[in-house]
Design a protein. Structure first.
Length: 236
């Protein structure tokens, strides 16, 4: 297996949610607890199915709009997702406010156990590291409470601030600008085949897919664990 971070790579940028950060407890569990506090008893699996459907609808709307976003758009997105996922709750707006605030807290998230060692290894090699996330200003407070990810704070590219979401070419152009490199000198690591892997490669960046569930065996450049990025093992 060739090294993912080859001599031509000068910067490595990471996706946030699903790559470096994971909600804990899982989002459907948190949503179910919130619903119950507000008078609605819903199973987490029902919430998960509703959440996925609502999220996909919002992705389709963004695609139709050319992937344009903003802080206001992100608030509207999550308000609709919460309302759909918790349909039947007496006060959906109160649930939205509670959940929106919850996921702004560092304690709501756990960090990929390989992250600290991988970032340290890359920095020792003189590689620029950064973050490339479809999120909003709440990510700053999450990063502020995760010392393992401190190296990424100076080069965090967040879609709501850029004005475009992945996989838009405009988003990746901002990643390249922040990295201070040519597109082909930037490696994007993420778990989403369309937004991360295909979006980055279409924009001229190098990319590696984090495929810990082995869902995309036809994708040639993929790893099962983040640690494989700097210590390649057997092919997944």
């Amino acid at each position: 297996m060739p090294p993912w971070v080859h001599p031509g790579i000068r910067a490595v940028f990471f996706d946030a949610v699903g790559t470096l950060l994971f909600p804990w407890p899982a989002a459907p569990v948190v949503y179910a607890g919130t619903a119950l506090r507000h008078g609605l008893d819903l199973p987490a699996d029902v919430i998960r199915d509703r959440f996925v459907a609502a999220y996909r609808a919002e992705e389709a709307a963004d695609r139709a709009a050319g992937w344009v976003t903003s802080e206001a758009r992100e608030v509207a997105r999550w308000r609709r997702i919460v309302t759909e996922a918790l349909a039947g709750v007496p006060d959906p707006d109160a649930c939205f406010r509670e959940l929106f605030g919850h996921f702004a807290r560092p304690a709501a998230w756990t960090v990929n156990p390989d992250a600290a060692a991988v970032l340290s290894d890359l920095q020792l090699r003189g590689i620029v590291v950064g973050l490339a996330s479809n999120y909003d200003a709440r990510l700053w407070s999450v990063l502020g409470g995760k010392p393992e990810l401190a190296a990424l704070r100076d080069r965090a590219v967040i879609s709501a601030a850029v004005g475009y979401r992945k996989p838009a070419a405009e988003f990746f152009a901002e990643v390249v600008r922040v990295a201070g490199c040519e597109p082909g000198e930037v490696l994007l690591v993420g778990d989403d085949l369309g937004n991360d892997y295909r979006g980055a490669t279409a924009a001229g960046l190098d990319a590696v897919l984090l495929d810990d569930r082995h869902r995309h065996p036809a994708t040639p450049r993929r790893i099962a664990r983040l640690a494989e990025l700097v210590h390649p093992g057997d092919a997944v």
